[in-house]
Design a protein around this ligand. Sequence first.
Ligand code: NAP
Length: 277
Amino acid sequence: MKTDKIIKAAVIGWPINHSKSPLIHGYWLAKAGILGSYEAIGIAPESFNAGISNLVLQGYAGCNVTIPHKETALNKADSVSDRAQAIGAANTLVFKDGKIFADNTDGIGFINNLKQGAPDWRASAGTALVLGAGGAARAIVYALLQDGAPKVLIANRTLEKAKILSDFFGDKVGVVSINEVPDALGEVHTFVNTTALGMTGQPELIIDISSLPKTALVTDIVYNPLTTDLLKQAQGLGLITVDGLGMLLHQAVPGFEAWFGVRPVVDVELRQKVLAG
Ligand code: NAP
């Protein structure tokens, strides 16, 4: 009797109900006709070790990891990718022969979103300015440098956090205060908002970006609303813009490929499904 094995993956977090990951992976599973499952599993912080061990024992191929487990997951892994090590957090775990491999795909998801949304954009073409110095900023600064950005400037409400990131990443990364941002814009090729500002339910992002060069790209990793006020301002100035939804979709690609053996495509239908879902 032929018994096809169902490949199982999941996203774990606490809480987990809000996660779009089951929708994304479910879409790709159906599209590729793969006998697989992808579910959201709530695991409380105190149950993290037991929860992961259970998934390994139950034969899961791996899982995505979200808040509040991203740092704990890195420490629990048997091996870690260079990018997860540098970012200091994991969002993707692959289980093989009882061992756990940890990766972080947020940065590559960010870069691949820009490459899809603005095919002529190159990180290497000039300075990037990153607003924010939290977990997402760390992944994005790392990815911009890896992709050839000659210089990255970080501006953050809490200047000390920007300095910690700049010290960690070295000479190519500098810090500007929020007040200095307008003066720095003239040399900026890539402008990124990684703060929560501008998201529905959060305060507005108040910033004048009119002194950016006409060739600059502006992106916002906030995707709720999809077209934030920052992106509206950039569009009004005729600048190239890319919204943040694609980062969420592209960060999911490497995990799907590792677990299910097929590299999935981020297409318009997926975007529409996630926006509607
Ligand atoms: P985080 O580690 O908590 O960092 C939050 C950042 O926002 C910090 O730089 C913080 O500044 C700044 N911030 C928050 N409230 C602020 C305020 N009222 N005024 C000024 N600055 C403020 O969060 P994160 O993980 O980096 O995520 C940041 C945002 O990105 C969230 O909205 C998240 O949903 C979004 N995100 C999107 C994707 C995607 O796939 N598109 C992926 C990851 C995250 P301080 O340091 O001064 O507190």
